[in-house]
Design a binder for this molecule. Structure first.
Ligand code: IPD
Ligand code: CA
Ligand code: CA
Length: 257
């Protein structure tokens, strides 16, 4: 399954890389002015699903653009064919393909592919996390003032700006720096790689984080919700870190619950 996920992510990523600057269709999802979907989101998803169907026809699939392909199976593939659509639509080369496999509700394999950097981040439960074959470890940052954090904002921020802006302000006052890369899957992969130390976001979908949370855990990091409860990919709010600064991040989040 991991081999299939890597192959599918690479093929979809190639399509996206070659598609930069060639978009002919941009739609707005559910009437949200900033939530874009291009023909490349759909083409990449169709390619990934065709490959999974070919190899594992009895497996269930949950994919961002086509929803649930409800087959009763112990296995469910959770797919974001293009994470970072806004970046992609602007030709900003920071976007990814995210593919995960859930077995009886637990993520057992995950791949995040960054086609611009040609980096494959992959993990299997209990077997570690890797980038292009090299083992990954989270950072050793031990305080917020020594930590580079990352976050993201939902497309619905205009309707519910409150806590999101407060959390951002609170972390700005505590951290060494904050980045907003525009791809939740890359944010999580970078936590796994030790390039970033902590990540929080209030409104994620399962496909944004399914592969990324396994990468972080397998690289020695910690993932919970923003209250510190065990993470489920079906819980929208998410906190991921190197583990060492996790409690300090929970303390900052608690200031604006
Ligand atoms: C979005 C990106 C972004 C995050 C949003 C996601 P999309 O996914 O991951 O970084 O802040 O919450 O919806 O729409 O580009 O697949
Ligand atoms: Ca996404
Ligand atoms: Ca997407």
């Amino acid at each position: 399954m991991l081999t299939t996920a890597i192959e599918a992510a690479r093929e979809a990523g190639k399509l996206l890389r070659e598609g930069v600057g060639k978009i002919t269709s941009i739609e707005r999802k559910q009437g949200e002015a900033t939530n874009l979907v291009t023909e490349f989101d759909k083409l990449a998803e169709a390619l990934i699903i065709a490959k999974i169907h070919e190899r594992f026809p009895s497996h269930d699939i949950l994919a961002e653009e086509s929803g649930s392909h409800a087959i009763v199976s112990d296995y469910r593939w959770v797919i974001d064919p293009l994470d970072g659509t806004t970046n992609f639509a602007h030709g900003l080369p920071l976007f990814s393909v995210s593919i995960a496999v859930e077995y009886r509700g637990e993520i057992v394999a995950g791949v995040v592919y960054d086609p611009s950097a040609d980096e494959v981040f992959s993990a299997e439960k209990g077997k570690g996390a890797f980038c292009n074959g090299t083992r990954l470890h989270v950072s050793a940052a031990d305080s917020l003032i020594n930590s580079l954090l990352v976050t993201g904002f939902p497309y619905t921020i205009r309707e519910h700006p409150g806590r999101i802006i407060e959390h951002f302000n609170n972390f700005l006052m505590e951290a060494q720096g904050i980045r907003r890369l525009g791809s939740a899957a890359i944010d999580l992969a970078y936590i796994a790689a030790g390039r970033l130390d902590g990540y929080w976001e209030m409104t994620l979908f399962p496909w944004d984080k399914a592969a990324g949370v396994l990468l972080v855990r397998e690289a020695g990091g910690r993932v919970t919700d923003i209250l510190g409860n065990p993470d489920s990919i079906y819980t929208p709010n998410t906190l991921a870190s190197n583990g060492i600064i996790h409690q300090a991040m929970l303390d900052v989040l608690r200031k604006s619950l």
